[in-house]
Write a protein that binds this ligand. Sequence first.
Ligand code: PLP
Length: 341
Amino acid sequence: MKFSNISNSTKNGIPSLIGDTPLVHLSKLFPEYEIYGKMEMLNPAGSIKDRTSKFIIEESLKMGLIDRDTIILESTSGNMGIGLAQICMYHGLKLHLVVDPYINLQTFHLLHAYGAKVEIVTEADESGSYLKQRIARVYELLDEYPNSFWTQQYENPLNPLTHHQTAKEIVSQLGNAPDYIFVATSTCGTLMGFADYCSLYHNNTSVVPVDAQGSVIFGGKSGKRVIPGFGASKPSSFVNREILAEPIMIEEWESITGCKQLLKHEAILAGGSTGALVAAVKKSGIMPGQNAVIIICDRGERYLDTIYSDDWIRKNYGNKTLEKINKSVHEDLVQTGVLQD
Ligand SMILES: Cc1ncc(COP(=O)(O)O)c(C=O)c1O
């Protein structure tokens, strides 16, 4: 029997639920400012990379760059892999991912559940990064598989193009372009998608890159970073500094502090790059009355054994850093009147 009264809001297939994420006013965390979070964590596979994966795969299918027999390849530390695994499974495509030992255990299991083949490289460079080896392995796989296609998130122009839509949604949800958009960086696809869109249509909006200390995207020396999905050990070919505000650099302990503040004030459990954006807003010099959007990039469940584990923080950064993080979170709660000193 056919349903005759079916609602218009019924969607067709999981890819149709990607994007169109809500915007939430973070009024408890930032009571003096108008700061909104774009809830990319609510995408069905949990991150902003659902959009990039869907756009690259579906556009490449339309352009005839891939077909049902193509093996899709990518080097990824996590979220892009999960997004690709979901969209490839939906479209019946095979996926082979090259990851590194920093991958979260949960992400590793998710990739298997979504049917991806997962290969872990083991040789880091002098700064502790596995990126170069991951890319080298992808080149080998391109030779090994005759019908293979590398989605190439670091070079593919469809990556930044994906986020013209994300930016458009924000402007439409606010009814106006915001004064600032704070964006965490890795491939810089999200960052430059926003910056391109704003430079075309809303050039009063400052698009602020937020990068990890130890990342080389905006210069500086490569250093050890253990929070995945944030920062890069090679510069991005997408970046055009002329349409960006000055980058804000964030240390890993500050990202963790930001995550804990977002959780304690707003009950939002997000990943490390979102914590960095919280820290960046606090450092940015934004004035009361101005408004801004931060991208809530992914869900915190992926980081329960890392960012949200005191044992993990102690092991990676030492007891003093754990105390510093907890002190900062406590002081912020006192300052905003949530706790009494
Ligand atoms: C959690 C998270 N935040 C931010 C980013 C940065 O996105 P982009 O690669 O567009 O610079 C990523 C990238 O994987 C990510 O996983």
